[in-house]
Design a protein around this ligand. Structure first.
Ligand code: UD1
Length: 345
């Protein structure tokens, strides 16, 4: 069974490559390294002991996609490739719409031409409207508030329309909650460019001394300690969810959304405190104003993924902190420093 992974060099993509290979799948990766680097794939090879076939290409480029599909016997596709920074999407909406929507439309077109109709799409909990009660279930009201979230929502709609029109397609829309942590080897992990926007990479960069202190965005929410609460999920659990979803997509038809979360909320201070306890590192923090667009709490009901896919998250917050720190402390500069070392060798 051969799976094409778009954006396979990225954070979630690289962890999914490892889990697919471990589950016995043949994989090939297409990535243009716009927000990732080839080093992550080299590390996946190191972890799995398998070499990875990869194409450096843009998924918007249909002629490149045609070459990939004609040169390989692809059974199914996992589509990760896309821009993902919320703030940047507000500043450059057209860049997000063009890249994220065009790549998906091009991919669908080429898949259809080559008779490949099983797809897993990398969606996000950000597609849910902000006024839903918690926990979130897949049938709740949708409505994203920033262009990044809207690209995820629009792509979900496109894929639903596709499956309504063509009953031989099968698409799993995976709505991720907050992926954190890293592979236990410490070889692959999240390597954000510039100052991180998300909480865990920020905490670990404070711990490693790259950033001075954590700004806690608001302490007056209606939560246990007043700070925002999220459903953090270990990236390896998330990656395993993709293995289950690809099995489902290969054996079914239709379009279904699945929440991939743990079902448990953890506040900013709880995550910071767990990190300090597990790692013994200092993470100074200050209370800062709320961040625009943030909700008090977001967490999933992951029952559908358990019932239909047979998947459930297993790793707890301590493990997420331990693994995030192993990655960060072994790679203080993310993948960047190692690229330099490679050049020097
Ligand atoms: C964010 C995005 C979401 C995206 C997801 C990808 C926003 C509004 N949402 O989710 O669309 O799919 O990342 O992982 O940007 N926090 C701090 N200090 C920080 C950073 C974060 O206090 O320096 C707090 C936030 O206020 C929030 C929690 O930590 O309560 C988690 O934030 P973050 O990691 O950015 O994730 P989300 O906002 O849930």
């Amino acid at each position: 069974m051969s799976i094409l992974i778009t954006g396979g060099a990225g954070y979630i993509g690289s962890h999914t490559c490892v889990e697919l290979i471990s589950a016995g799948y043949d994989i090939l990766v297409v990535d243009n390294f716009s927000n990732s680097c080839a080093e992550s794939l080299r590390r996946v090879e190191q972890i799995t002991g398998k070499s990875i076939k990869f194409y450096e290409a843009d998924v918007c480029d249909k002629s490149a996609l045609r070459i990939i599909f004609s040169e390989n016997n692809i059974d199914a596709v996992i589509h990760f490739a896309g821009y993902k920074a919320v703030g940047e999407s507000v500043e450059k909406p057209m860049m997000y719409y063009e890249n994220n929507l065009m790549s998906t439309v091009s991919l669908i077109d080429v898949m259809e031409k080559y008779g490949v109709r099983n797809l897993v799409f990398s969606s996000s909990a950000t597609v849910y409207a902000g006024d839903n009660p918690m926990p979130l279930t897949e049938d709740m009201k949708l409505g994203a508030i920033n262009p990044y979230g809207k690209t995820k929502l629009f792509i979900e709609e496109i894929l639903r329309d596709l499956c309504s029109a063509k009953d031989n397609w099968c698409v799993a829309l995976l709505r991720y909650f907050n992926p954190i942590g890293a592979h236990k080897s410490g070889l692959i992990g999240e390597s954000p460019k510039g100052i991180p926007n998300n909480l865990m990479p920020y905490i670990s960069q404070v711990a490693v001394g790259k950033l001075q202190r954590l700004n806690v965005f608001g302490d007056d929410y209606d939560t246990r300690d007043g700070t925002g609460s999220r459903d953090y999920i270990h990236v390896v659990d998330l990656a395993k969810g993709h293995v289950k979803a690809i099995q489902w997509a290969i054996n079914n038809t239709g379009c279904e959304a699945f929440n991939l979360g743990t079902g448990k909320g953890t506040t900013v201070l709880e995550l910071r405190n767990a990190f300090v306890q597990v790692t013994g590192m200092d993470v100074p923090y200050a209370i800062a104003p709320r961040r625009a667009g943030d909700l008090a709490e977001v967490y999933a009901l992951p029952a559908k993924a358990k019932d239909v896919l047979g998947w459930e998250a297993e790793l707890d917050i301590s493990r997420m902190c331990e693994d995030a720190w192993r990655w960060q402390s072994n790679n203080p500069m993310g993948y960047e420093i190692d690229n330099t070392i490679d050049i020097l060798k």
